[in-house]
Design a protein around this ligand. Structure first.
Ligand code: FAD
Length: 553
């Protein structure tokens, strides 16, 4: 049975106001979502608030890989490779439709980061530490084999390649499925609600004051423990806490770096599998095919500007374009080829004197003297382990103070909503079945796969709705069925939530927006009873966002 995220907001806010929670989480990215699921499934009373849409921070702006952490081998961080490698296998098992196998080619070039020996040895260690099995184990390819897999590689400097397994995901959808799974365990979760102040009792944080930007109301939430899981905003929340020890170290935990991705039409960079390649300045970047597009990224530059409006600029875009042209001499990309883009901030742990590229990607937990618990750093891939560490900490406090008796961790076997498959072959069989149902309407197999990757077994519900709609235009009819699902089950509040974080079409199918936009806006308007002014505003927001993904300052 699916959780209903769409009880009326008034009802959810009523529940948030009228009880004391064991744990209140600020931040609805993957970190907060993971903690909500872990704590709720151990039987704790959990609330989570998110100031924008769920996953609207870094958790919709990543490279969208659940990866084994090959780059950490370069930093000799074997422990981290082992942990993320193990986690990768677990998260794939919990949502096989959403965390899908993706072969990766690592070209070995003259003067590159990894020579033949290091690539072979590194990938071998990686296989062992990350418990890689069967077909996923690394293979070393000579030049001819590498070129036969990828003829676009630079023949004159290519020496061979490593060929290994990674997993691809949709970061925002992963966050949303984790949140829905938490709601299944009675967590109270709401978006567009911002923590503005802390509530104290005996100088200890005992909840937060909240502003609901959707209904323009303010209310308080009481909790025994409050977790600051706000990613790039962690330092901002620390500053709100007036009762903590007053030192710089207590309020400055992060170094933010910007990472940018560009989306190109597939035919402009028609690679046959994902590639992790050298950039002339000594960094490495990815090129990843997805649907009818290829996306490239990422940059890693220190960021001091507005964290609420992170944008791709011309320098970022030109860096990625020229690095890609450099690795694939047969193609000739220009800025005009970019169809969409995104930019996100890495919330890295501050370490005095270290350049950003060397900062650890590990997570850290801080306890302020006011009792506020903050978690920063980490990766999408490690979300479940981060949640375990925080929930263990809170559980211990609750047990020590005799306030609750939480169960042991449950999440290793807790299948995420929509993820009820035996393995990836089962996902493909289910896709065949979905394809049979929709092919007569003119949908192709790839469109069936996109639906299944997006919603897993929940695709059944969407198709039931699709069948019941009278809309004659088939593409619009499917978009309406998806929107119905997202309104009913996923607390979608705006067209941008739908186009970016529920479906990802603003990134990977931007042309479709023009075809479905009017119908989708109309559906929203009817559902939320918008005035003409509100409708115009949402339409403008959408146009402005589309514009910003291709026009760089
Ligand atoms: P966020 O997703 O930013 O969530 C924090 C949330 O807190 C935000 O939604 C924000 O709106 C909310 N918030 C802030 N203030 C308040 C408030 N006052 N009240 C309520 N809510 C508030 N990891 C991987 O494993 N694989 C990858 O391929 C990968 N690629 C990456 C590529 C890039 C370019 C970047 C930047 C990161 C990448 N990462 C990757 C790392 C990963 O994306 C992040 O570690 C992760 O998404 C951080 O999640 P989070 O929940 O901590 O932060």
């Amino acid at each position: 049975m699916l959780p209903l995220l769409n009880k009326s907001r008034t009802e959810i806010i009523g529940e948030l106001k009228n009880q004391e929670f064991d744990v209140l989480i600020i931040g609805g990215g993957i970190t907060g979502a993971g903690i909500a699921l872990d704590a709720a499934s151990r039987g704790l009373k959990v609330a989570l608030i998110e100031k924008g849409d769920f996953a609207s921070g870094t958790s919709s702006k990543s490279t969208k890989l659940i990866h084994g952490g090959l780059r950490y081998l370069k930093q000799f961080d074997f422990w981290l490779v082992k942990e993320v490698g193990t986690e990768r296998a677990i998260v794939h098992k919990l949502a096989p439709h959403l965390v899908v196998p993706e072969k990766m080619l690592l070209p070995i070039i003259e003067g590159g980061t990894y020579g033949s020996w290091l690539t072979s040895f590194g990938l071998k260690i990686y296989d062992i530490l990350a418990h890689v099995e069967g077909d996923d184990k690394r293979k070393m390819l000579d030049k001819k084999e590498a070129l036969s897999l990828e003829s676009l590689l630079p023949e004159n400097i290519l020496k061979g390649a490593g060929y290994y397994a990674e997993y691809r995901t949709d970061d925002a959808r992963l966050t949303i499925e984790v949140l829905k799974s938490a709601v299944n365990y009675s967590a109270k979760v709401i978006n567009y609600c911002k923590a503005t102040n802390f509530i104290y009792k005996n100088n200890q944080v005992k909840g937060v004051s909240v502003i609901d930007s959707n209904m323009n109301t303010a209310f308080d939430i009481q909790a025994k423990y409050t977790i600051n899981a706000t990613g790039p905003w962690v330092d901002h929340i620390l500053k709100l806490d007036k009762k903590k020890e007053n030192t710089t170290a207590a309020s400055k935990k992060l170094r933010l770096t910007k990472g940018v991705h560009l989306v190109l039409p597939y035919h402009k960079l028609p690679i046959k599998q994902s590639i992790y390649f050298d950039v002339p300045d000594g960094r490495m970047m990815f090129a990843i095919p997805r649907n009818q597009k290829t996306y490239i990224g990422t940059t890693d530059t220190t960021y001091f500007e507005d964290i609420n409006d992170v944008r791709v600029n011309q320098t970022d875009a030109l860096y990625l374009i020229s690095a890609t042209n450099n690795m694939f001499p047969k193609i000739n990309l220009s800025l005009d080829d970019v169809q969409s883009s995104w930019a996100g901030l890495r919330p890295l742990i501050h370490e005095e004197g270290k350049p950003v590229s060397e900062l650890s990607r590990k997570d850290e937990i801080y306890e302020s003297s006011s009792g506020l618990i903050s978690i920063a750093g980490g990766k999408l891939t490690g979300y479940r382990k981060m949640a375990e560490r925080i929930t263990d900490l809170v559980s211990k406090k609750l047990v020590d103070s005799n306030e609750a008796r939480p169960k042991d961790i449950q999440t290793e076997d807790l299948v995420l909503t929509g993820g009820n498959f035996k393995d990836y072959n089962d996902v493909l069989e289910y896709t065949d079945q979905i394809y049979k149902e929709i092919q007569n309407y003119g949908f192709n197999k790839n469109e069936a796969l996109i639906l299944v990757h997006r919603y897993g077994k929940q695709t059944d519900l969407i198709l039931q709705k699709f069948d019941s709609l009278a809309e004659p235009q088939i593409e619009i009819r499917m978009a309406k069925a998806e929107l119905w699902f997202c309104l009913r089950y996923e607390m979608v509040m705006t067209p941008l939530d739908f186009m970016i974080r529920r479906t990802g079409i603003l990134f990977f199918d931007i042309e479709k927006i023009q075809r479905i936009k009017d119908a989708i806006l109309k559906e929203f308007s009817e559902h939320f009873n918008w005035s003409q002014d509100e409708l115009n505003q949402h339409s403008e927001d959408l146009n402005s966002e589309i514009n910003k993904t291709i026009n760089f300052d």
